[in-house]
Design a protein around this ligand. Structure first.
Ligand SMILES: [Zn+2]
Length: 298
């Protein structure tokens, strides 16, 4: 939902149907008819604006596929309050070679975590009761419990620590902050006190505490961004990559006019030289829009 809001100007009324790729465990909730809570009702309204197909990235285990294949078991009990968030044709499941590339890079070896959960099958009161209710919010499948579509993690320090570590320490997550780390873990896992555990973990990370001190020192020098006043006067340049290689290119230079949000994209490589960047600047900005007042870049 965040991505849709962020890229609204590009996605709304897009000429082509766009695709959303997700490995979200909660996908089940999007197509299984159920009573919507306030937040989901707002999502439901927002989703109506877009023309898209939701694609699911399969994990290494079959757990996600299993969740999706529950489609056949959809409760057919009549209830006019039951709303399906996404229409059937918006659903597709695919495990193409391209997606596998992303899949291989997954930080957490989920099959490994699932194996450990099966070995350590202790259940806390909350999950046992939730499963008993049989209201579709919690269930058990193949010795693994699920809470609101997320994998339930038993109260086991090592297991929790492994998940926390994998969502914070590896180079590709680069010491995520509390909130983003919590969001990331919540996509797949559920346990009681998750928020507190994440907080403690980040606070206990030496590198994070060092960074915090440095950021605080710099804070005084930061100025809020000025609001752009005209076309192509204030632009931002960013690089996205490395991506799976296509025609020898593995990165994209993204140039955005901060006033109109108009976007220019240029295929490139991650090892682009400063001369290369200068050329992109010349051809994509200067030639067409002349010299901007400000250029924003990470
Ligand atoms: Zn850290």
């Amino acid at each position: 939902m965040e991505a849709l809001a962020r890229w609204r100007q590009y996605l709304l009324d897009a000429a082509e149907t766009f695709e959303i790729w997700t490995d979200h465990e909660n996908l089940k909730y999007f197509w299984e008819p159920h009573k919507l809570n306030g937040r989901q009702a707002r999502w439901y309204l927002k989703l109506q604006d877009y023309d898209f197909i939701l694609r699911h990235i399969l994990g290494k285990t079959n757990t996600k596929a299993d969740i999706l294949s529950r489609k056949d078991q959809v409760n057919t009990k009549e209830d006019n309050k039951d709303v399906q968030l996404l229409k059937d044709e918006m659903w597709t499941r695919k495990n193409t070679s391209k997606i596998k590339i992303f899949d291989e890079k997954r930080r957490v070896d989920e099959s490994d975590i699932i194996k450990k959960i099966r070995k350590n099958n202790t259940r806390e009161k909350e999950i046992v009761q939730a499963i008993k209710k049989k209201d579709g919010l919690a269930w058990e499948e193949d010795k693994v419990a699920y809470m609101e579509g997320r994998v339930y993690i038993p109260n086991n320090k090592d297991l929790k620590e492994e998940i926390l570590r994998e969502h914070h320490d590896p180079a590709d997550v680069r010491h995520l902050g509390q909130h983003r780390m919590q969001e990331l873990i919540k996509r797949t896992y559920w346990w009681q006190g998750l928020k507190e555990d994440v907080k403690k973990y980040v606070q206990g990370c030496v590198k994070c505490q060092q960074n915090k001190v440095q950021h605080q020192r710099k804070a005084g020098e930061l100025h809020p961004l000025e609001i752009p006043e005209g076309l192509w006067q204030d632009i931002s340049i960013d690089m996205i990559g490395p991506l799976p290689s296509s025609n020898g290119m593995d990165a994209i230079v993204v140039i955005v006019d901060r006033f109109t949000k108009m976007i220019r994209l240029k295929a490139t490589t991650t090892n682009i030289s400063s001369e290369g960047i200068a050329k992109v600047y010349r051809d994509e900005i200067w030639k067409i829009h002349r010299v901007p007042k400000t250029i924003l870049s990470d």
